[in-house]
Design a protein around this ligand. Structure first.
Ligand code: IDP
Ligand code: MG
Length: 153
């Protein structure tokens, strides 16, 4: 299908600790996006540094790397038409205090340093992040029977 994309999502440690994994993943799943990989893990410092390399040197960098490794996260890859933009709009603005109600951050968060979820922001980032967290062989290809009711052929 034209425009089929994959994107990396992380339910961050605050989302796991607050018991919001099902709620957060469920919203993305109900949107129609297909889960093609999912794993719980504690993100180690070296992986966090690679993932957040673009933010090296910023004032919040140390706090960010420490936060993302402060407990288990749930990492997943979602697939669907325009999956990158669709996921970002479902997630909402970076600062939950400014995020629109109805978005994940706008419904469950208050401050930027506890914003519950990561989602890739562009095709280049998505490709890089999916490879970083899952490599090339870990994605599961399968047919989903409901897709004829979610997607146009
Ligand atoms: P994004 O997660 O919406 O793509 P980015 O600007 O890429 O936002 O920032 C990455 C992460 O860094 C954010 O999700 C948030 O956890 C953290 N962050 C960004 N800006 C700030 C800040 O000003 N203070 C504290 N943490 C921040
Ligand atoms: Mg980002």
């Amino acid at each position: 299908m034209a425009g089929l994309e994959r994107t990396l999502v992380i339910v961050k440690p605050d989302g796991v600790q607050r018991g919001l994994v099902g709620e957060i993943v469920g919203r993305l799943e109900r949107r129609g996006l297909k889960i093609v990989a999912m794993q719980m893990r504690v993100i180690q410092r070296s992986l966090a540094e690679q993932h957040y390399a673009e933010h090296t040197g910023k004032a919040f960098y140390e706090a960010l790397v420490s936060y993302i490794g402060s407990g288990p996260s749930v990492t997943l890859v979602l697939e669907g038409p325009a999956a990158i933009a669709v996921t970002r709009s479902t997630v909402g603005k970076t600062n939950p205090g400014e995020a629109t109600p109805g978005t994940i951050r706008g419904d469950f968060g208050l401050v930027v340093g506890r914003n519950l979820i990561h989602a890739s922001d562009s095709p280049d980032s998505a490709a890089r992040e999916v490879e970083l967290f899952f490599g090339t062989g870990a994605l599961v290809e399968y047919e989903r029977d409901i897709d004829r009711w979610v997607l146009e052929s």
